[in-house]
Each structure stands twice: as structure tokens, then as C-alpha cells.
Design a protein around this ligand. Structure first.
Ligand code: UD2
Ligand code: MN
Length: 476
């Protein structure tokens, strides 16, 4: 094999090296695999079960516990029982009301006999060699929570597409949405070998192994969370802040179907996220609320017990988490009066509005003006003390910029922490409400009819017009 420099060689090396690791099987812990499901299709559910059976060394697999979260599909009733009755090690339990994935998983965990709990979604395919690295790592470090690399199974063809390139790690944005990231330099330097685990600030949520004892010590899950969402970030914060580590093992691969649509409503995710913010984020929860004004109004139940847990385990602050575990995440300043909707004085109730091309890319589109809706999201902007107009509900963050010879405002990527602001991204927000673009010496003006077909902020020679006056408003 050709040894190259750069990341490419690490990927190839890790794939090769993973295969040569010898495990002392008798010393590894045994695991119970817990799979909660709600109205899952027959083929994907059984593909998960059989792939676990076929790829897990017998000695490491205590059992598979299927937890039916009160499904109503017929194939999940008697036909499923009949199918698994001949499978050694597979057990099925049923919730007697809809519990949501948190309590469904806990139901499974409560009867698990293995020393380690391994959670999987019900539409996965485990890859040969997936289990050994997870068990080895937990044997080595009981307080490690370890995730496999999540490979992609095509949603249309169900083909195992695998995962090109270096495994990614988990992050978040200030809407408390989970994000994927490349492994940062600082982490790459810490690793001594391409088959070392990779620290990850957060987990996607569905696929991980944890010592049963440590899971219980950490307070398992927040049982006040319903249906879907939020529990992955809550657990990630808790692991790090309370003294554990969260890692991705590059040698462990499991495929997952990312469906276009779930067979259930995900409206409870908001309340779940609020619970996570209220318990773990300290004053940083305000950054979340600023970007999700409606979250402040969401009833989220009682979190007293979870706060007591945090107290009892003497967990660290969210500030510590940001500084030590996730320094790549830009922390907005959110100075009073400088964030929220960016409204125009002359054109009543029109706001800066930005619609990114997709979830993972904020760049390239023009900023427009749209009737203000007060829901944060695409109308949330922050003016920083570095004179940037940031679009920072998402990661990576966008900065309002002007392309050469253009009078339109286009979204660019913001500079990295520590770099200086590019000249075309600098706007002076003056006392009188004008937004002065230094480089072109022009002012941002609201225009009703533009070549874009909708109202937009454009660069014009500075004047006294109210169409050149802007102000921030936090809520409508
Ligand atoms: C991701 C996670 C998922 C979970 C979720 C946040 C991966 C690959 N997936 O979403 O595990 O952490 O983020 O909450 O990391 N389920 C129930 N009862 C319910 C709803 C769901 O048992 O009321 C089951 C469902 O059948 C599945 C699992 O919970 O096995 C996760 O649900 P999903 O697959 O719809 O979530 P996903 O992968 O979009
Ligand atoms: Mn899933």
C-alpha cells in the first residue's frame, strides 16, 4: 500500500489497521442490544436484528431486546413474535402505552442482563467487526460512551453506501439542532494512531454503547422527554459535564437509514430541547431562546429532579463544556439591541430574511426582505462588535457580504474565530440606524421592486430616507 501524507492515508491506514487488531475476547464485556421501534417496516426491522446476530461474536452478545413502543401495525404483532421465536437470544417486550423513544429504551435497559448496553435504531445494518471495538473501549475506560461510525443506507434503494472519508463528529447549532463536523485539528493532534477513538462534543443519538452501571450512575435518560428529539444533546452535555467522555470509534461501522419522513409526529422535540437547555446550559440557554422565541413559551414540565441530579453529580458548567470540549463552536455575543429581526423603518414590518440553499451550506444566496414573522430562524440576525451582520442560527455561520460590483447582499461564510473580518463583510451600524458599508461607502436601503422579484436590501448612496434606517427587534 502507498503511504501518503494528509488525511487520506489515515483513512486507508485505519481501515487496514482495524482489521489487524487482536481482541482478548474473554476479557471483553458482554452486551445487551436494545432496539426500540414504533411502526417500523418489517424488512428494515428484521434487517437490523439479523445483522446484529450475524456480525456479533457469540461471546459478546448477551441478547437482543426489541421494545415495541405501542405500534399498531399488524405485521409487528403475531407475525413478529412467530419470526423471532426461533431466534436464539432475541426477546420482545411491548409497552402498554406509547412511551416515546426515551422511555421505550429504558424499558429495554431495565431488563437487560449484559454488562454493557448497546442502543440501536430499528433500521440499521451492523458491519462485521462493529462490536469488538466498542466493547474493548468500554473495558479500557468504563466512563466512555462510544458510538460507531454511522454509515449511510440509501433511503430509496436500501443499498449500503458506506461512508467516504474520515469519520465525522457531532456538534450542534444554537437552535439545538445536531450537526456533523470534520474532526478538528486539535483533536487530530491528540490521537496517536488512526484507530484511536475520536472525541465528539455530541452524539447523533441512536447508536452507542455504554456501561450499564455508568449509564445508571449518570441518570440514564430524562424520562420527561416524549416521542423524539432532544435526548441526544441532553445526554451528550450530561456525559461531558458530569465527567465522562463521548467518542466515535473509527473501527466500528453501522449503517442507518435516514428516512425522508418519520412514521410519527415530532412536535415534542421542542419541549425536549427546552428541558435540555433548562438543565444543562446555564446562561447560554438565552442564546437558544433568542433564536427560538417560541421555545420560551413551550410548556416543558418539571425539571427539578434533573437539576438535582446535576447537583448530586457535581457536574461542570456549560461554559466549561464550550471552552474545553467544543471550542470550535462560535458563541454569539447577543448584545442587547443587536440581535433578532432586522427591521426597516421606511417599509413597515419588513425584515432581513435569508433562505440557505440547504441544511449544511449557508453560502451563496441573496438576502431579501420579507414580512416579519417573529419566529427567529431565517429572520434571525446578530450585529457583532466586529461590525458583522451574522446569520447565526446555524452552523457554520453566515455573514452578510457584498460581492464586487454588486449592489446586492449575499451570504458568505464568516471568518474563523481569531481571524480578522473581510472588508466586504463590514457594516457600520450607526446611531441614526443607517447600515454603512465601509468598503463601498454606501448604505443599505430597503427596495420594494428589485431584479430579484421581491423586496430586498440593496446598497445605495447614503441619504436621509427612512428606507435606510434599520433596527433590531427581539420579538414581535
Ligand atoms: C436521530 C437518532 C435517534 C434519536 C433522534 C433524536 C441516529 C441514527 N438516530 O433520529 O436515535 O436519537 O435523533 O431523538 O442517531 N421510536 C420509538 N418511539 C417513538 C419514536 C421513535 O420507539 O415514539 C424509535 C424509532 O422507531 C427508532 C428510534 O426510536 O428506532 C429513533 O427514531 P428515528 O429513527 O425516527 O430517529 P432518527 O434516526 O431520525
Ligand atoms: Mn433512525
Amino acid at each position: 500500500m502507498k503511504i501518503q501524507t494528509g488525511n487520506g492515508s489515515w483513512i486507508a491506514l485505519s481501515q487496514m489497521r482495524c482489521k489487524t487488531v487482536k481482541y482478548d475476547y474473554y476479557k471483553l464485556p458482554r452486551t445487551s442490544v436494545v432496539i426500540a421501534f414504533y411502526n417500523e417496516a418489517w424488512s428494515t426491522l428484521l434487517r437490523t436484528v439479523h445483522s446484529v446476530l450475524e456480525t456479533s461474536p457469540d461471546i459478546l452478545l448477551e441478547e437482543i431486546i426489541l421494545v415495541d413502543d405501542y405500534s399498531d401495525k399488524d405485521h409487528l404483532k403475531e407475525p413478529l413474535e412467530r419470526h423471532i421465536s426461533v431466534l436464539k437470544k432475541v426477546r420482545l417486550i411491548r409497552a402498554n402505552k406509547r412511551e416515546g423513544l426515551v422511555r421505550a429504551r429504558l424499558l429495554g435497559a431495565s431488563i437487560a442482563k449484559g454488562e454493557v448496553l448497546t442502543f440501536l435504531d430499528c433500521h440499521c445494518e451492523c458491519h462485521i467487526g462493529w462490536l469488538e471495538p466498542l466493547m474493548e473501549r468500554i473495558r479500557e475506560k468504563e466512563t466512555a460512551v462510544v458510538c460507531p461510525v454511522i454509515d449511510v443506507i440509501d433511503w430509496n434503494t436500501f443499498e449500503y453506501l458506506g461512508n467516504a472519508g474520515e469519520p465525522q463528529i457531532g456538534g450542534l447549532d444554537w437552535r439545538l439542532v445536531f450537526t456533523w463536523h470534520v474532526v478538528p485539528e486539535r483533536e487530530q493532534k491528540q490521537r496517536r494512531s488512526p484507530i484511536d477513538v475520536i472525541s465528539s462534543p455530541t452524539m447523533a443519538g441512536g447508536l452507542f454503547s455504554v456501561s450499564k452501571k455508568y449509564f445508571e450512575y449518570l441518570g440514564s435518560y430524562d424520562t420527561g422527554m416524549e416521542v423524539w428529539g432532544g435526548e441526544n444533546l441532553e445526554f451528550s452535555f450530561r456525559i461531558w459535564q458530569c465527567g465522562g467522555t463521548l467518542e466515535v470509534h473509527p473501527c466500528s461501522h453501522v449503517g442507518h437509514v435516514f428516512p425522508k419522513q418519520a412514521p410519527y409526529s415530532r412536535s415534542k422535540a421542542l419541549a425536549n430541547s427546552v428541558r435540555a437547555a433548562e438543565v444543562w446550559m446555564d446562561e447560554y440557554k438565552e442564546l437558544y431562546y433568542h433564536r427560538n422565541p417560541h421555545a420560551r413559551l413551550e410548556p416543558y414540565g418539571d425539571v427539578t429532579e434533573r437539576r438535582q441530579l446535576r447537583e448530586k453529580l457535581q457536574c461542570k458548567s456549560f461554559k466549561w463544556f464550550l471552552e474545553n470540549i467544543y471550542p470550535e463552536l462560535h458563541v454569539p455575543e447577543d448584545r442587547p439591541g443587536y440581535f433578532g429581526m432586522l427591521k426597516n423603518k421606511g417599509m413597515d414590518n419588513y425584515c432581513f430574511d435569508y433562505n440557505p440553499p440547504n441544511e449544511n451550506d449557508v453560502t451563496g444566496q441573496k438576502i431579501i426582505l420579507y414580512p416579519c414573522h417573529g419566529m427567529g430562524q431565517n429572520q434571525f440576525f446578530e450585529y457583532t462588535s466586529y461590525n458583522e451582520i451574522r446569520y447565526n442560527t446555524r452552523q457554520p455561520e453566515g455573514c452578510t457580504a457584498v460581492e464586487q460590483d454588486s449592489d446586492q447582499l449575499t451570504m458568505f461564510l464568516c471568518r474563523e474565530n481569531g481571524q480578522s473580518v473581510p472588508e466586504n463583510q463590514k457594516f457600520i451600524f450607526r446611531e441614526d440606524g443607517t447600515l454603512f458599508h465601509e468598503q463601498t461607502k454606501k448604505c443599505v436601503q430597503a427596495e420594494r421592486t428589485t431584479s430579484m422579484g421581491n423586496p430586498a436590501p440593496l446598497l445605495r448612496p447614503c441619504s436621509n430616507s427612512n428606507l435606510q434606517k434599520w433596527f433590531f427587534q427581539e420579538r414581535s
